[in-house]
Design a binder for this molecule. Structure first.
Ligand code: ADE
Length: 260
């Protein structure tokens, strides 16, 4: 998977990309992240990337020319003209994703969907906003990482890179690594324990020490259901549940009633 990041602040990226699993994935050639400075695609003396908004009001707006030039140059050079020159519109199948609080809210399903692509472009907004023509004629998708406003799209871009990369084959050491993740199966993940078996008087649940895999799997599934019910009942309503799951949830209901 090749990520092409377009930003005015490329210095934000190296420390995260040079750490841990993402670093190893890059070294092993499983992912590649190229960070492009939009400022390099300006042609005036001051390398201007922003300007005041038409119509007045506060803040600055990202100018369209350097953003178009950066993305068109980078994507067409390697991909053999994915742009329809006559139309001036992108015909590339490469998603060009603007990180913005106005986008669809990122989740595990979107990470899965994006992990199917070979190449993705991530455009990080800064200032008060971007010129609307970038959104209308260049960008193919808009993603938000949540209902709050950050100073720019750089952290959201890193979040997408991280969440997508760990879904790719071989990126996690364990081949089943991402299967049990919270959200991957529509439920929150079960609790984890490691040594020691007792810490400050708090014991690891007995079942985990038995080595009985079927029992452990059942316990983990029930814990995942219980957690999701307690913390994210909205997820439980949408999760794919087996007959055994429903029976377990019913048993909780009757337990609760008998407690009253
Ligand atoms: N840029 C600023 N806030 C953002 C958010 N919540 N998600 C994505 N990009 C952003």
């Amino acid at each position: 998977m090749q990520f092409e990041v377009f930003t005015l602040l490329p210095e934000i990226f190296p420390s995260y990309l040079d750490t841990s699993i993402i670093k190893r994935a890059r070294e092993r050639g499983l992912i590649s992240v190229r960070v492009h400075n939009i400022r390099d695609y300006t042609h005036d003396k001051h390398h201007t990337t922003d300007d005041t908004p038409y119509g007045g009001g506060g803040g600055m707006v990202m100018k369209p020319e350097p953003v178009f030039e950066a993305i068109e140059t980078v994507l067409s050079v390697a991909e053999g003209q994915p742009f329809d020159a006559a139309q001036g519109e992108v015909v590339s199948p490469i998603p060009i994703i603007l990180l913005t609080p106005q986008g669809r809210v990122f989740n595990q399903n979107i990470a899965q969907e994006l992990s199917q692509h070979k190449r993705i472009a991530l455009l990080c907004g800064r200032y008060e906003g971007i010129d609307e023509r970038i959104r209308e004629h260049l960008v193919t998708d808009e993603i938000s990482i949540g209902d709050y406003v950050l100073t720019g799209g750089e952290l959201p871009a890193l979040i997408l890179i991280d969440a997508i990369s760990r879904l790719l084959p071989e990126v996690l050491g364990d081949p089943t690594g991402a299967e049990d993740d919270s959200h991957a199966m529509g439920l929150l993940e079960y609790p984890h324990y490691t040594r020691p078996p007792e810490f400050r008087g708090w014991k690891v649940p007995d079942v985990l020490l038995t080595g009985a895999h079927a029992k452990i799997d059942k316990w983990r599934r029930e814990q995942a259901l219980l957690r999701t019910l307690m913390k994210r009942p909205d997820m439980l309503a949408k999760a794919e549940l087996t007959k055994a799951d429903l029976k377990f949830l019913k048993s909780l209901e009757s337990e609760e009633k008998s407690d009253k």
